[in-house]
Design a protein around this ligand. Structure first.
Ligand SMILES: C[S@@+](CC[C@H](N)C(=O)[O-])C[C@H]1O[C@@H](n2cnc3c(N)ncnc32)[C@H](O)[C@@H]1O
Length: 169
């Protein structure tokens, strides 16, 4: 089991401001919080990603990408090294299932996910991958309810889950 240690001062905001930011984060209704670039860069050094299957043209992490318009869930990821930070809404289980199935078909899929270890999708799929828990909280970039660009600490723990064919058991 591995974990990535985040610097506490980068990941915690204390006091009133923090409570306010959490409320806005949870109520935003947006599921397009962007992966911190430095965090992605570290993973990219190891995996050399070729596809971001869920993004907008503005927050895409790879040259090849699928947006909502193409619907990454309906596309083939065959032969790709995929970085997947999916929308964290109700469809997250479909994204994790897709990641697992594409890996069974031969893709390498690295997922950045909320560490929701009490969910069915965690037990059905993530437990079959290589799990790396992240110590501390990531800060995600996105727009708050006022439409302002903000950088908020997540209200949940995160994990990186790697699916590759030979590791799926
Ligand atoms: C959590 S964000 C991650 C964005 C980016 N991949 C990153 O890592 O910074 C999830 C993204 O998925 C996009 N999205 C939502 N539904 C999608 C779909 N069916 N196909 C492709 N992208 C989708 C959203 O627009 C959003 O930008």
């Amino acid at each position: 089991m591995h974990y990535i240690k985040m610097q506490p001062d980068e990941n915690y905001i204390r006091g009133k401001k923090e409570r306010h930011s959490k409320i806005t984060f949870q109520k935003s209704g947006q599921y397009d919080w962007e992966t911190p670039q430095a965090f992605f860069d570290e993973l990219n050094k190891e995996f050399d990603f070729t596809l971001d299957p869920c993004c907008t043209p503005e927050n895409a992490k790879c040259k090849k990408f699928f947006t909502e318009k193409e619907d990454g869930l309906k596309q083939s990821w065959a032969g790709e090294r995929v970085f997947m930070n999916p929308p964290y809404g109700t469809l997250i289980s479909k994204w994790v299932k897709k990641a697992y199935e594409e890996a069974q078909a031969g893709a390498l899929v690295v997922c950045l996910l909320p560490a929701r270890t009490d969910t069915r999708w965690w037990w059905d799929y993530c437990m079959k991958g290589e799990i790396c828990f992240i110590k501390g909280r990531l800060k995600f970039k996105g727009r708050n309810t006022k439409g302002e660009l903000v950088n908020y600490p997540a209200t949940f723990p995160s994990a990186v889950v790697v699916f590759r064919k030979d590791e799926i058991g």
